[in-house]
Design a binder for this molecule. Structure first.
Ligand SMILES: Cc1cc2nc3c(=O)[nH]c(=O)nc-3n(C[C@H](O)[C@H](O)[C@H](O)COP(=O)(O)OP(=O)(O)OC[C@H]3O[C@@H](n4cnc5c(N)ncnc54)[C@H](O)[C@@H]3O)c2cc1C
Length: 473
């Protein structure tokens, strides 16, 4: 028999546990979920209102999460963490977004991505281990700084960043257009091209950078939703860091991205969008079951139209949740319940084989949240349009799902291209493979003089590249 959900001393006013896929969670994870719902009721949700209204970074909420040990959720017990798995991470983010604060859920998502990137290569790195041991004790918040001002949502392509090898360490230059928690986080995983970069953008490296080494501009952050998330610009301007601040070996950036950053970001952010969908349904349920129309003697919830809105929103959202939890369970299975010691073998990349599945969960959850929040606003009528009901905040927060990189436009094309044109190779992340069909089609349109002019230009370019004279036939 499913327990009744509590909200402080009262029964919860939203959807109850019978509509949650609780079978995905162990009894210990269900217990953690109850403690987290309680924390959301007491601390996170009241703070969410202020964060949204006054653009306040949710550090107070992180302090509360640290009391439950959640900053070190994925960290092995031997290093002071909870040693939890992917399923638990998805549950925690969904719960924070639903009952507490979506901005906090997104900052926590980025923290979790950074923790995963650190855990991936911590075995041989005492500096990374010391960060991981501090997470809850010092409320030591991490984040991911990837997106580049020149390449938009193609965050895997950092043209404005680089690193140089010095005798005493690495000199890091990073320019990021967006970084959740920028200026508020205590540590950052930043991605740059590798030292000795030779023009191949797939050669990437990651660095651990501390708060006092970055420049951020939080005063410029003002956005439609996730207003506490503070995803501003970030700069690391030629800071020299010791050798052990490179995360993993030189050139490990793409592996780090495929094995940790993408899987954890996509899993947790999908859980965040699902949590926002559920939060909007909860608020709307409270309203439509209480509001009466005296003329017809019915509550709003008694209209079949409103019942249809809820039926569809619940089914679509639970399909998305079950999809997310199914990916989390797969990752648990592949990694022995998130056992980080498997990465002592540097070539172990079990999560990366399933990358397009993570893209799929993000696409579905981000598409669904926009639709569900819209329908819940419709269900609440004009009352939902006003700020005090909080539906409009959930709607604004949920809008971030579609546009956050990898954007839903990019994801649907990646998955379609993967399926039709021959797997991951066809995606050409770093713009390296030639599309001969396009090339020949364009050449067909040129007359003889245009072809000669192009040939001369290409030969001159080839000459410059090779540093030798090429004879024109
Ligand atoms: C709330 C929030 C938090 C964020 N936090 C972080 C963070 O912590 N760390 C971080 O590194 N980044 C973060 N980002 C940045 C994010 O990942 C993207 O880099 C950013 O949203 C890109 O914005 P842009 O204006 O440059 O979009 P653009 O890339 O310019 O996109 C504009 C449009 O072009 C479309 N488009 C782009 N490429 C293609 C393509 N190949 N095919 C078809 N259409 C395409 C897009 O889908 C979109 O419709 C965050 C973003 C948001 C909104």
């Amino acid at each position: 028999m499913t327990a009744t959900k509590q909200w402080g001393t009262e029964p919860y006013w939203g959807l109850d546990f019978d509509l949650d896929p609780q079978w995905c969670l162990t009894p210990a994870q269900q217990d953690l979920q109850s403690q987290l719902i309680d924390l959301c009721q007491r601390v996170l949700r009241p703070n969410a209102l202020k964060s949204d209204a006054e653009l306040i970074y949710p550090r107070e909420n992180f302090k509360a999460l640290a009391e439950l040990g959640l900053l070190g959720l994925l960290v092995p017990k031997a290093w002071g963490g909870l040693g939890e798995n992917h399923t638990c991470a998805a549950m925690v983010v969904e719960t924070i977004a639903r009952y507490g604060c979506p901005s906090t859920a997104m900052c926590f998502t980025m923290h979790t991505g950074a923790v995963a990137a650190a855990l991936f290569r911590a075995a041989e790195n005492p500096e990374l281990q010391s960060v991981l041991r501090r997470l809850d004790k010092d409320v030591f918040i991490g984040t991911l700084s990837y997106s580049d001002p020149e390449t938009g949502s193609h965050f895997w392509y950092p043209t404005s960043s680089r690193a140089e090898a010095l005798a005493e360490g690495w000199q890091v230059f990073k320019k990021a257009s967006w970084t959740t928690s920028a200026g508020f986080a205590d540590w950052y995983i930043v991605q740059t091209t590798s030292p000795d970069f030779d023009g191949n953008y797939s050669d990437l490296s990651c660095f651990l950078i501390y708060k006092d080494e970055v420049k951020a501009e939080p005063s410029k952050w003002d956005a439609l939703g996730l207003r506490g998330n503070q995803s501003g610009t970030l700069e690391v301007n030629g800071v020299t860091v010791p050798l052990n601040r490179m995360v993993g070996p030189k050139g490990d950036g793409a592996s780090s991205n495929d094995e940790t950053v993408d899987p954890f970001f996509l899993l947790c952010s999908s859980a965040c969008w699902n949590g926002i969908s559920l939060g909007a349904m909860d608020i709307a349920k409270r309203h439509v079951t209480r509001k009466k129309h005296v003329d017809v003697g019915m509550r709003v919830a008694d209209y079949p139209t409103i019942q249809d809105y809820f039926g569809e929103a619940i089914m679509d959202t639970n399909a998305s949740r079950c999809f997310v939890f199914s990916m989390a369970k797969l990752m648990d299975e592949l990694t022995g319940d998130c056992d980080w010691s498997i990465h002592q073998d540097l070539s172990a990349m079990p999560r990366a084989q399933y990358l397009h599945w993570y893209w799929q969960i993000k696409f579905i959850a981000a598409k669904n949240v926009a639709h569900v929040c819209d329908k819940m606003l419709h269900a609440c009528g004009g009352s939902g349009f006003k700020k005090d009901m909080e539906i409009e905040r959930y709607l604004r927060d949920g809008k971030a799902g579609w546009v956050m990189g990898p954007t839903n436009e990019v994801l649907r094309q990646f998955v379609g291209k993967y399926a039709l044109l021959g797997g991951f190779e066809a995606l050409d992340y770093w713009n390296q493979s030639l599309n001969e069909r396009v090339l020949h089609n364009e050449l067909k349109k040129m007359d003889a003089d245009e072809k000669r002019a192009l040939a001369a230009q290409l030969l001159a370019e080839a000459e410059a590249m090779n540093g030798k004279v090429v004879a024109i036939a």
